[in-house]
Design a protein around this ligand. Structure first.
Ligand code: PEP
Ligand code: MG
Length: 946
């Protein structure tokens, strides 16, 4: 029989049923699993139980509780009553509970929570007597009615906020603390009548009825808009469902010996190893999280409640060690007794994620491999994002552009137009393509869509643990919170500091790193990788993982047993230098034609193209030779000791000629005006361009086909490459040139061109009297080349997958037009899972690559294989390249760090079984994530077996 409910002290049973810890988390949700795990570890957790995600999924499908669930809830409540020494619904000794959502993956604030369940007209009186605090009891009751109405019946907040504001105004109160017991009692009456008016029935007095409706409401919140949007953004499966935790209420608002707070075991913004948190005396948890009252820094608790503080620090430290990660903990102190309400791995900024991972590995809390695995490619990406230029920032300060300062909640620079609500911020960003900054007094879960759409977020209230701060940090959105000098007028749609006014739609610059806000647009600078020492360390560890000799099993001869190297696509020495400083260990693609476009060269190139004889072409090319030699010289020098792949000319020649339509217009204008000077030259040029016209130039005279039609160009290029390489060698630079022939479709093309070029290479070395390593190879961009790779590799010493063209040719989609015309619709309609020009299509293009490598290595086991299409910087495509036996990936210099990390992730994920098992054992001993793997593997085998 199914079990739908697990008491917090029944985690062993959950483990027995689910298997791995990951599966326990899937069953009980992160919060439920955490509370159970804490209970097992002897941490003071209020008694309670978890209703499983399986129950939620049943409810979602049928609209009803699964059979047996309600009985289990009733039984579990009896156990909780016993553990807590209180009784649910009993005015003499009342037990109150909270009903909290908790999915496998934390979705902060996206689903529902109801507190103080178990209060009714009788119990509230009893609680007031028992606590000797009527004010607290009536305040708790009005909170329940409000939460119940808004959560279970989706009533608007306003229905309760409005009578409360009116009541307070009538009494002349400014803050809630001025409300007396009688005031709260009066408000309870007002709330109950508002409730009845909108629901059509009284607020339920049957406490079990309250509990049942609350559980259903939490189940339903799984499919609420907020939660669905969040899961889409975070790529969390909609099938998981949420668990529901029923937890004994403990109260931080029982007087000055009570309090509540939230804390992080390390600073989630900087990663510093220092507890960071906030607490409030005589308050309930939501008061801290909502940031409505200004909370005290956690260290002050050592003065106000030294015993509880010490116990709290002790427990938090242990929790961090137990989970081997920074914890985000919630606690309540009820009359001097500490209760831990939640612990979860803390959301953090990209910067702190890297620092924490590296620090924890250095502290030997986790392994270097785990540190590398914890950082996602997106995290690294955001660390390479812009920051404000420091000089511009100090100039802005001097020039009166400083507007205000708050808490630097999520780092990074954001420049955008101000909007004062989430919907408008999102609309302007999506429809008008504006850069927006969302400005609010504080944010709520309903605002997340506006935050995600914005470049930055600014609030005037709340602190480092407020909703705005936590969400922004998670999504890497620069954010400043609690800039209290800024007065936001939501009605007038402006904000002010003194007499400086910023109206909706005006520009501001928000610096999440320093917490400063400036008027207008401020320039940003790209961050320097060199200064990010922890990131450099992490990337060094990533490289070490990839460099291991046995990280890949070799299915066939020639298959690399090391991980991927990361090379870069770079055309100029400055790109090559950047690539090297970002950790590239080779140039995988230098597109030589880019150099032909430079102003002093283009006329020579055009002369060459227009020449009708081979001699004429050679004369022009001789003029280009010194330029090209210099280009390559610079590249070799920048990449001293590393391979440099230089691709011979690839595009169709018309790309170097003036625009045909424009020229035609000029000719017509001259003819109409009767201008003759220069007309003939223009007409000849126009005719020549017309003569080059092709209906389908991407499939026309380009690549190796062009080289065979006009070998003089590539002959000049090869001479320039080898002359430069020889000169560099003489200067003591270690050169490893690799000449790449593009767009090969048949081996016969290589047979035709390659020996001619190799002869030039030999001649130059002979002339210059130097020798160095070099290779001749080809791009694999045409399906036929991939299919006939065995033949191609008889000539080519290396393959580089030009996956831009290979994708174009395999799908038959024009790479220049598809995105604009139909690709977006295809992805939207699910015809394509993703844009194949961004993420490699493993089933089609990927299969061709796999085949080509295997076939190629049949002829040449030491065939070097790389990729130089845009996919070389995409994590999923990099993983595929690792799996099929590439030696390296090559990508834009800016993506090199991301590619290094992705390469290490692939190596760890796919390392040979034996080694993985060893590490799994080690990690299992640490209670680590490897348990999840064993379960998944088990599941897979099962499916296969069937
Ligand atoms: C490719 O086709 O993937 C490639 C790198 O070449 P290009 O983009 O220059 O055609
Ligand atoms: Mg190409």
């Amino acid at each position: 029989m199914s079990k739908w409910v697990y008491q917090f002290d029944e985690v062993a049973k959950a483990e027995k049923y689910a298997g791995s810890w990951e599966d326990v988390r899937a069953l009980l949700g992160g919060k439920g699993a955490g509370l159970s795990d804490m209970t097992r570890a002897g941490v003071p957790v209020p008694p309670g139980f978890t209703v499983t995600t399986e129950a939620c999924n049943w409810f979602r499908k049928t609209g009803q509780f699964p059979p047996g669930l309600w009985n289990e809830v009733l039984k579990a409540m009896k156990v909780v009553e016993k553990q807590a020494g209180k009784k649910f619904g009993d005015p003499k000794n009342p037990l109150l509970v909270s009903c909290r959502s908790g999915a496998k993956f934390s979705m902060p604030g996206m689903m529902n929570t109801i507190l103080n369940i178990g209060l009714n007209d009788e119990v509230v009186e009893g609680l007031a007597r028992l606590a000797n605090n009527p004010r607290f009891a009536w305040d708790s009751y009005r909170r329940l009615i409000e939460m119940f109405g808004t959560t279970v019946f989706n009533l608007d907040d306003e229905i309760f906020e409005h009578p409360m504001a009116e009541y307070k105004a009538g009494k002349g109160y400014k803050v809630d603390t001025e409300m007396t017991a009688e005031d709260w009692q009066a408000l309870v009456a007002a709330f109950k009548s508002a409730y009845k008016q909108h629901i059509g029935s009284d607020f339920p007095q049957d406490v079990y009825n309250q509990l049942e409706l609350a559980i259903k409401a939490v189940f339903e919140s799984w499919t609420g808009k907020r939660a669905v949007d969040y899961r889409n953004k975070e790529k969390i499966s909609h099938e998981l469902g949420t668990a529901v935790n029923i937890v004994t209420m403990v109260f931080g608002n029982m007087g000055d010996d009570s309090g509540t707070g939230v804390a992080f075991t390390r600073d989630p913004s900087t990663g510093d190893k220092k507890m960071m948190g906030e607490y409030l005396l005589n308050a309930q948890g939501e008061d801290v999280v909502a940031g409505i009252r200004n909370a005290n820094p956690i260290e002050n608790l050592s003065q106000s409640m030294p015993k509880a503080y010490k116990q709290f620090m002790d427990i938090s430290g242990k929790l961090e060690k137990h989970y081997k990660d920074v914890q985000d903990v919630e606690f309540t102190i009820e009359r001097g007794k500490l209760w831990m309400l939640q612990t979860r791995n803390a959301k953090r900024t990209a910067k702190s994620a890297v620092k924490i991972a590296v620090d924890m590995a250095n502290e030997r809390l986790i392994t270097k491999e785990q540190a590398v695995q914890r950082i996602t490619p997106d995290t690294v990406d955001s660390l390479l994002h812009p920051q404000f230029d420091e000089i511009a920032m100090s100039d802005a300060q001097k020039n009166g552009k400083f507007f205000g300062k708050g808490v630097n909640a999520s780092p990074g620079a954001a420049v955008g137009q101000v909007y004062f609500d989430a919907d408008t911020a999102q609309k302007m960003a999506q429809e008008q393509k504006q850069d927006t900054i969302m400005v609010r007094p504080f944010t709520k879960p309903d605002d997340v869509h506006g935050m995600i759409a914005s470049k930055g977020v600014l609030t005037s209230e709340g602190g480092a643990t407020s909703h705005a701060a936590v969400v922004a940090r998670q999504f890497g959105i620069p954010c400043v919170v609690g800039a209290s000098a800024i007065k936001i007028d939501l009605e007038k749609r402006h904000m002010t500091v003194g007499d400086v006014v910023v109206k909706e739609g005006e520009w501001i610059s928000v610096d999440g790193t320093t917490g400063k806000v400036f008027l207008g647009k401020m320039p940003t600078t790209a961050p320097s990788l060199e200064e990010q020492t922890e990131l450099l360390t992490l990337l060094k560890w990533a490289d070490e993982i990839c460099a291991r000799k046995d990280v890949r099993a070799a299915p066939i001869k020639g298959y690399p047993t090391r991980g991927l190297q990361v090379w870069a696509n770079a055309d100029y020495p400055q790109d090559a230098r950047r690539a090297r400083s970002y950790g590239a260990v080779g140039i995988g693609l230098c597109r030589t034609e880019h150099m032909f476009f430079e102003p002093e060269r283009l006329p020579i190139v055009q002369d060459m193209i227009l020449s009708e004889t081979s001699e004429g072409r050679t004369t022009a090319l001789n003029k280009l030779l010194p330029y090209q030699r210099k280009d390559f010289d610079g590249l070799f020098e920048a990449m001293d000791g590393y391979p440099v792949i230089i691709r011979l000319i690839d595009p169709p020649l018309h790309e170097f000629m003036p625009d045909e339509e424009k020229l035609l217009e000029e000719v017509i204008t001259m003819r109409v005006k009767g201008e003759t000077a220069g007309l003939k030259e223009k007409e000849d040029l126009l005719n020549a361009i017309k003569g080059m016209h092709e209906s389908n130039p991407m499939m026309g005279l380009r690549g190796v086909r062009l080289s065979i039609s006009m070998p003089e160009i590539v002959e000049m290029q090869v001479r320039a490459i080898f002359e430069a390489a020889a000169d560099c060698t003489k200067r003591g630079i270690v050169v490893k040139p690799e000449v790449m022939i593009p767009l090969t479709g048949t081996v016969k093309e290589l047979e035709w061109i390659q020996p001619r070029l190799e002869r030039i290479a030999a001649t130059v070395m002979e002339e210059k009297k130097v020798k160095f390593e070099y290779k001749f190879g080809t791009m694999i961009e045409i399906p036929r080349a991939a299919v006939t790779a065995e033949e191609i590799a008889q000539h080519a010493e290396f393959f580089s997958f030009g996956t831009n063209d290979l994708t174009q040719m395999t799908y038959g989609y024009s790479r220049d037009d598809a995105e604009r015309n139909f690709l977006v619709t295809y992805v939207e309609q699910g015809i394509l899972e993703q844009n194949p020009f961004q993420t490699l299509d493993r089933n089609g293009v990927g299969k061709l690559m796999e085949w080509a490598i295997a076939e190629g290595r049949k002829s040449r086991p030491d065939l070097e294989v790389g990729i130089c299409g845009e996919h070389g910087g995409d994590p999923s495509s990099i993983e595929w390249c690792h799996m099929i036996g590439n030696n390296y990936v090559s990508c834009s210099p800016f993506r090199v760090p991301i590619a290094r990390l992705s390469a290490a992730h692939s190596a760890l994920k796919h390392r040979p079984q034996k080694q993985a098992a060893g590490t799994a054992r080690k990690a299992a001993a640490n209670g680590g994530a490897s348990k999840a793997k064993s379960k998944t593997a088990k599941k897979k085998t099962k499916v296969k077996g069937r």
